[in-house]
Design a protein around this ligand. Structure first.
Ligand SMILES: [Zn+2]
Ligand SMILES: [Zn+2]
Length: 208
């Protein structure tokens, strides 16, 4: 297993900086997997992680756990929170890990000579004992793991737009299989005209 310093280096190399949120991400990733007794960074797909925000925190979690979007082992539920739930897909056990509610205040006890808040947190979060830094709660997923993971190779076409839907993300309405876009839970709305004219100096460069 890689040590904290190496993991923080890897995380920081994805950014131009190391920040307190990356430190929290790495340490929360480490403790989540340890509490489930799963070896990380994982080579397989036993650990599924759901982060509650994107950004630096998520990169820290990803580097520590080896869970990635590409491997379908990392998901985001955007609650705008520094927190993550770690799921052992073999046993079904799920643990949610978040920073202690007063973690910023607690940090000063570990870095009293540093007066700048940001740097005090940056340093303290690396050395604080885990039970000072975070709390861990046993949780029960509202969507069954099998449904989150879904089955490989399942595909249907949307009855309205005709586009293919994988991972059992279709919704059934009036006996029709619809994509979320057509079924009313879309994150976008179509505008007229729907066909985009994308020819431009930039597109010529990008597509050259
Ligand atoms: Zn950052
Ligand atoms: Zn559709």
């Amino acid at each position: 297993m890689l040590n904290l310093g190496t993991l923080l280096e890897i995380s920081a190399s994805r950014h131009t900086h190391l920040c307190p949120r990356q430190v929290l991400g790495v340490r929360i990733g480490l403790v989540g997997a340890a509490a489930l007794d799963i070896e990380i960074p994982q080579k397989r797909k036993r650990l599924l992680t759901i982060v509650e925000s994107d950004g630096c925190f998520a990169d820290g979690v990803e580097v520590a756990t080896g869970c990635t979007i590409g491997h379908r082992t990392l998901r985001m539920e955007d609650y705008g929170k520094i927190a993550a739930t770690f799921i052992d897909t073999k046993t079904g056990r799920a643990l949610r890990v978040a920073p202690s509610l007063n973690v910023r205040e607690r940090a000063y006890a570990y870095c009293s000579e540093e007066k700048r808040h940001y740097f005090a947190q940056l340093q303290a979060y690396q050395i604080m004992p885990i039970d000072e830094l975070v709390f861990i709660e046993e949780v029960h997923l509202t969507t069954p793991i099998a449904e989150i993971v879904s089955r490989a190779g399942v595909r249907v076409n949307c009855a309205i737009c005709g586009e293919e839907i994988i991972n059992e993300r279709e919704i059934c309405q009036d006996n029709q299989m619809l994509c979320k876009g057509c079924g009313g839970t879309a994150y976008y709305q179509k505008v007229e005209p729907t066909i985009v004219n994308w020819s431009s100096p930039v597109s010529e460069k990008v597509l050259a």
